[in-house]
Ligand binder design. Structure first.
Ligand code: GLA
Length: 391
């Protein structure tokens, strides 16, 4: 029922690479992420608390003697080819994550020659575990290694995000790429999305598992609603700014400002902004709980985050709500909430280790009864960020 880390991926990639290109590749691993608390706060310049997990993209790369770029998706059994003079959208999405990063590297002055890629991995697509960010960061890290470009990790994360914003066209924040690149085994990353300063917070509880319940749905609303929410946050800021020009983002806003300048003008925008301002504070309070080792108090805040995302930010969906409702009265579940952009994907649950098995059984049958669908379950553990895989 639960899955295992696909540790044989590097070997599969190496073999396939040598079959397709008759070369030995350099291999990079870049992980997916979870986020414990701080949702929809990254593009509002707030804080997030993600961690890289034991699910990753593995990307093999080697130079070519011409100016062509050849990409193979091992899992999709698909191929794409273009050259360095033709960096335009591919028309099939997955190559765009790589091409977008090439474009960003070139904007930053990197000079490429042609290269071959094979990539694959065990991050489920569309489950909200950031497979796209992992592919961007794997590509960036691999280019850096192969061509010795000497960009640092921060630049690789930022260029991954820029690729997604400008080339793929999703206006995401920095959380996913940052988590993939900066992940550290058994640590959460408390990231200030305004300054990009970060701090590792140990998360090494031997009694708790991070369990992800995957709704197995991704409603089509997801990306348009994401951009709409961003626009509403910006609208809230512009309403406040008329009276408080120093306010640059919701990070700088207070509840008082929202009540005075946003609520009377637009009730819905107020609800969105109210959620964000509370969530930024909730994360800071949650980090205090962690310092005190009070995971119960932290977990309660996760439930509050879910309620805010459901009722105020309105990015949940019935399937996610079912999954949270199914666990909310279970004493073994310290906290649970929807995770990521919303409208599908996973819930994240902090669960006492000895009860994980029974809980999975309960949720599996409960979810089937409520939604008619099968839940997918992943037990995540926290791993290091992007790195080269030595052979
Ligand atoms: C998606 C985006 C992130 C972040 C989350 C919501 O995962 O890629 O940048 O905004 O949604 O917290």
């Amino acid at each position: 029922m639960t899955d295992q880390t696909a540790t044989d991926y590097p070997e599969k990639i190496r073999k396939h690479f040598s079959t397709v290109y008759q070369q030995t590749p350099l291999i990079v691993r870049s992980p997916g992420r979870v986020n414990l608390i701080g949702e929809h706060t990254d593009y509002n310049m707030g804080f997030v608390l993600p961690a890289a997990i034991n699910k990753a993209i593995y990307l093999g790369i080697q130079k070519r003697e011409d100016n062509e770029m050849h990409f193979v998706s091992f899992d999709m059994d698909d191929f794409y080819q273009t050259d360095l003079q033709n960096i335009t959208r591919s028309g099939k999405l997955w190559p765009d994550y790589i091409l977008g990063v090439v474009e960003q590297f070139r904007k930053a002055g990197a000079e490429f020659t042609g290269f071959n890629i094979v990539f694959g991995g065990d991050i489920p697509f569309g489950a909200g575990l950031s497979s796209s960010a992992a592919l961007e960061c794997a590509s960036g890290f691999a280019f850096n290694e192969l061509f010795t470009f000497r960009f640092d990790r921060r630049q690789i994360a930022l260029m991954g995000q820029a690729a997604e914003n400008q080339f793929v066209g999703v206006n995401c924040g920095i959380m996913d790429q940052f988590a993939s690149v900066f992940g550290k085994k058994q640590n959460l990353i408390r990231l200030d999305c305004r300054s990009l300063e970060y701090e590792y917070i140990p998360f090494n509880d031997n009694d708790i598992e991070i369990v992800l319940f995957d709704t197995q749905v991704k409603h089509s609303l997801a990306s348009s609603a994401y951009n709409d929410r961003r626009a509403q946050c910006e609208k809230g800021v512009s309403l406040i700014k008329q009276q408080h020009p120093e306010v640059q983002s919701l990070r700088d806003a207070t509840e008082e400002m929202l009540l005075k300048h946003v609520k009377p003008a637009d009730e819905e925008t107020y609800r969105r902004c109210h959620y964000v301002v509370s969530e930024i504070q909730r994360l800071l309070d949650g980090c205090e709980d962690l310092k005190k080792d009070d995971l119960r108090a932290f977990g309660k805040r996760m439930f509050e985050t879910h309620a805010g995302l459901r009722d105020l930010y309105e990015v949940s969906c019935p399937e996610l709500d079912h999954l949270v409702n199914l666990v909310k009265d279970q004493p073994a579940v310290l906290g649970a909430r929807m995770m990521g952009g919303g409208f599908g994907g996973c819930t994240i649950n902090l669960v006492e280790k000895e009860s994980v098995h029974a809980l999975i059984q309960d949720v599996t049958s409960g979810y089937k009864a409520l939604s008619g669908k099968d839940v997918q379950v992943y037990v995540a553990n926290i791993q290091d960020g992007t790195s080269r895989v030595e052979s």
